[in-house]
Write a protein that binds this ligand. Structure first.
Ligand code: F0G
Length: 353
């Protein structure tokens, strides 16, 4: 069999690359669309999970990063810079190292899940921990790219959005059309903008006969799009979406308005409950931020606001192994140590009669 195509090779004609663009890829994209059986029954809908944790660095960021780093390399860049709550930095570090570019990442000090920090370090990034939050880091990354010879690979770089829109293409290619409803978590607003662009382009080209409504959920302590104004000190257990002033606010609002969708806020408790539900009932382990879409859908369903019979796709954005500290905190680990004897082990397994 041929090696798995990355998103540039799979969707080349839809992307801002030329024949002379060097393709820096790790075989990203073509992620599983998994039917959520328990959730489908719970909502009386047909619910699918777009499992983006299956990308090479464990999040959807790889779709945009393959394009951004390829374009930057083609333009002769020697270094890339990004601000990140963790996943963008992991992805930028991996793709830059593969493309022979130097990765520089600005992170909010002490607020990055350990797995993501490990990725940035292992891929050889220059890691700078900034005393501030993501919004401060993004401001500084933009200023660095303005004044120094480094290419900015945050989603304010439009090429990132172009790469990320391929997830919407894949959903349509898998289902044969766009779903009724697409649900996802939102932080900086890049991904909802990317999905919407993908759905619109595919419908315009006749690849789909409809476009979904976009429902996007933020953490209640970091919900500027829901509140309608920036949040100066965003707080949530879902560190990936701990963002108070989304760079793509205008595009995110356009996606919601044009699709007839909605924004909503979910509490940390709802997020962690949804994360536990996905892992223990659907078999899909995602990081906390990635569960925000599921949390939001269940919240609105409990309020009677999710019509039955719909086809729904939920993007789960990143892998659960990124942040095991949060997963393990608040859960008691059965750490009983038993003798290596069948009856004792059987009893410890709860199998003794
Ligand atoms: N889910 C995860 C796991 C994320 O890492 C992010 C964003 C989002 C959702 C929200 O996506 O920003 O496009 O609205 N993470 C960025 C980062 C900010 O730096 O890794 P968005």
């Amino acid at each position: 069999a041929a090696p798995r195509q990355g998103v540039i090779d799979r969707y080349r004609s839809w992307l801002p690359v030329t024949d002379s663009t060097p393709v820096v890829t790790l075989g990203e994209g073509t992620t599983p669309l998994v039917r959520a059986n328990v959730l489908s029954a719970e909502l009386s809908c047909e619910v699918w999970l777009k499992v983006e944790g299956a990308n090479p660095t464990g999040s959807f960021k790889d779709r945009g990063m393959t394009v951004a780093v390829s374009v930057a390399a083609g333009e002769g860049a020697r270094a890339v810079v990004c601000a990140s709550t963790g996943n963008t930095s992991a992805s930028a570090a991996a793709y830059a190292s593969r493309g022979g570019l130097k990765p520089i990442v600005l992170l909010p000090a002490g607020r990055i899940a350990a797995g993501k920090l490990a990725q940035a370090i292992m891929h050889g990034a220059q890691v700078v921990q900034v005393e501030g939050n993501f919004d401060d880091c993004l401001r500084l990354a933009r200023a660095l790219a303005d004044s120094y010879p480094v290419a900015l690979v945050n989603s304010v770089n439009p090429v990132r959005i172009e790469g990320q829109k391929t997830a919407a293409f894949e959903v349509v290619d898998d289902l044969g059309n766009a779903p009724d409803l697409h649900v996802l978590p939102v932080g900086n607003g890049g991904n909802i903008s990317a999905y919407w662009r993908g759905y619109v382009e595919y419908a315009t080209a006749g690849q789909a006969t409809r476009r979904p409504r976009m429902w996007a959920f933020q953490a209640a302590g970091a919900a500027p799009l829901v509140l309608g104004h920036p949040v100066p000190n965003p707080e949530t257990v879902a560190t990936a979406i701990r963002i108070g002033d989304p760079a793509s606010t205008t595009l995110a609002i356009a996606a919601k308005e044009e699709s007839g969708g909605r924004f909503g806020a979910v509490t940390d408790q709802e997020i962690l409950a949804a994360q536990g539900f996905l892992a223990s009932r659907e078999g899909v382990f995602v990081e906390p931020a990635s569960a925000a879409g599921v949390a939001g859908l269940r919240q609105l369903s409990q309020r009677g606001e999710v019509d039955p019979g719909q086809q729904i796709v939920i993007t789960v954005t990143g892998h659960g192994l990124k942040d095991i500290d949060t997963a393990l905190s608040g859960r008691s680990i059965q750490a009983e140590v038993v003798a290596a004897e069948l009856t004792k082990v059987a009893a410890a397994c709860g199998l003794a009669g």
